[in-house]
Design a protein around this ligand. Structure first.
Ligand SMILES: Cc1cc2nc3c(=O)[nH]c(=O)nc-3n(C[C@H](O)[C@H](O)[C@H](O)COP(=O)(O)O)c2cc1C
Ligand code: SF4
Length: 443
């Protein structure tokens, strides 16, 4: 059984206290980084193979290299701690148990990209975690490890300021471009890309957005070395990752394990299996937006992006949701669809209207009022949302719906009433009232 390597989660008690953090080697990795050039720091992160932990798995060093060089205009770093996807609750572990490693990661990232100001954007509902992070940032200022005084503390001419920002309380605020609008004080509407944030981000200036766990991992890479980090876990998706396991397991938890750890090991060895020894009907591997896997296909599944991609799903935020044999799949799909309908910002038609239609059709299915053609209609609506929207919330809404239909069509069929039959084709107001027009008008 793999054990937790503790690169991101704390290895000692009370690491949230800056004195404990420093007594255990804290802020030493920043000293190492500033002895390198900024390009060498970026190259180290590239060689580690670190990929973003916010869901899209984008290579972190490559993202940093997109930032323009030079200091002719302000540049910004935004740390994404919005963490609002159902099934995802791992970033708050960092705020609570290892906030200084996040701050040290910000310092290294800031130095590498020549950034003098960083924002930590924290989910609006995370009141307690906002206070914890504010306390840690204040401690760092008081100790002179951030702000102007860091030049004296560590030497060199580099300094960074950090601002903790409480989010606006909506899932869409976590999408990187709407996060920027929210930080600027506007409504959190996603922006069109391009231009990408590295060219035109916060207040029109070059900006990098990274997830909390991504940045908190950076000091660990400098502590053990890029090659050592790259040797942990799956070759195409290296290192350790924070798995958050919820649902029908005996010990729901957040655990740090190498990428590529077998899914069954996580569920049965680390989480104590399923209550009552029941069978698993389905799992979602990475937060509610990812396509599910059936319980009978999880043997041998490795939890890294490349392995999951081959199975038609993704690691996402590594929030594993386990559903036992008694789970009502139609109700689960309806609940997920309701969430995305509620969270759609409404800017684009396929998402705004489509998410509502999906919820309505699923409601009909759940109440035994749908026919099997409604399942096809539902699949069709989801397919028309996917890939046709400004931001990826549209895909996030469509993928679980399509995935559950593909994997559990029998359960959807079992909830349908017999197909309606049409005795004649009526001409209503000069229009043929066919089955297809009836379906489309009853969405
Ligand atoms: C609707 C939506 C919500 C998102 N929420 C988050 C979030 O809460 N935290 C996060 O890090 N990324 C979130 N993302 C992904 C971000 O847009 C972005 O890819 C990520 O912050 C980049 O960081 P990384 O490269 O370190 O993964 C979300 C994306 C979408 C489409
Ligand atoms: S996909 Fe949905 S959430 Fe994203 S911009 Fe369009 S309407 Fe808004």
């Amino acid at each position: 059984m793999y054990t937790a390597p503790h690169l991101v989660l704390p290895k000692v008690d009370n690491l949230r206290d800056i004195n404990v953090y420093m007594a255990n080697g804290g802020y030493e990795q920043y000293k190492k980084a500033i002895r390198m050039t900024s390009d060498e720091v970026i190259d180290t992160v590239k060689r580690s193979g670190l990929r973003g932990r916010g869901g899209a798995c984008f290579p972190t060093g490559l993202k940093w290299s997109f930032m323009p060089k030079g200091n002719d205009k302000p540049k910004y770093l935004a740390i994404n701690g919005d963490e609002s996807e159902p099934g995802s609750f791992k970033d708050r572990q960092i705020f609570e148990y290892n906030p200084h490693q996040l701050i040290e990661g910000i310092m290294i990232a800031g130095y590498a990209m020549g950034i003098a100001k960083a924002f930590i954007y924290i989910r609006g509902e995370y009141h307690a975690w906002v206070s914890m992070m504010e306390k840690a940032v204040q401690e760092a200022y008081d100790k002179g490890v951030i702000g102007e005084r860091m030049k004296t503390t560590f030497g060199g001419d580099y300094a960074i300021d950090i601002v903790v920002h409480k989010g606006a309380g909506a899932y869409i605020c976590g999408e990187e471009t709407s996060l920027m609008n929210s930080l600027e004080g506007d409504r959190a509407y996603p922006r069109f890309k391009p231009p990408f944030p590295a060219n035109k981000g916060l207040w029109g200036m070059p900006t990098t957005i990274n997830n909390v766990e991504t940045i908190a991992t950076v000091p660990a890479i400098f502590a053990i070395g890029a090659e050592a980090y790259a040797s942990i876990g799956a070759p195409g998706h290296t290192g350790t990752i924070l798995f958050g396991i919820s649902g029908h397991v005996n010990k729901p938890q957040v655990i740090e394990l190498p990428t590529g750890t077998p899914l069954t090991e996580i569920i049965y060895d680390h989480c104590g299996g399923v209550p009552g020894g029941k069978r698993i009907k389905a799992i979602i591997p990475g937060g509610s937006s990812m396509p599910p896997l059936r319980g009978d296909e999880i043997d041998g599944v490795l939890m890294d992006e490349e392995s999951l991609k081959k199975l038609g799903t993704h690691i996402g935020t590594a929030g594993i949701m386990v559903m036992d044999e008694d789970t009502d799949i139609v109700k689960v799909t309806l609940r997920i669809a309701r969430f995305y309908h509620h969270e759609s910002c409404g800017q684009c038609t396929p998402c705004r209207e489509g998410c509502g239609w999906m919820e309505k059709v699923l409601h009909r299915l759940d109440h035994g009022e749908a026919t099997s053609s409604d399942i096809d209609l539902l699949y069709n609506v989801a397919s028309n949302i996917e890939g046709n929207t400004i931001c990826a919330l549209g895909d996030a809404a469509a993928w679980p719906v399509k995935g559950f239909i593909e994997k559990f069509r029998d359960e959807f069929e079992a909830r349908c009433k017999p197909e309606r039959s049409f005795i004649s084709l009526n001409v209503v107001h000069g229009r043929r009232n066919t089955a297809s027009t009836l379906v489309s008008t009853t969405v």
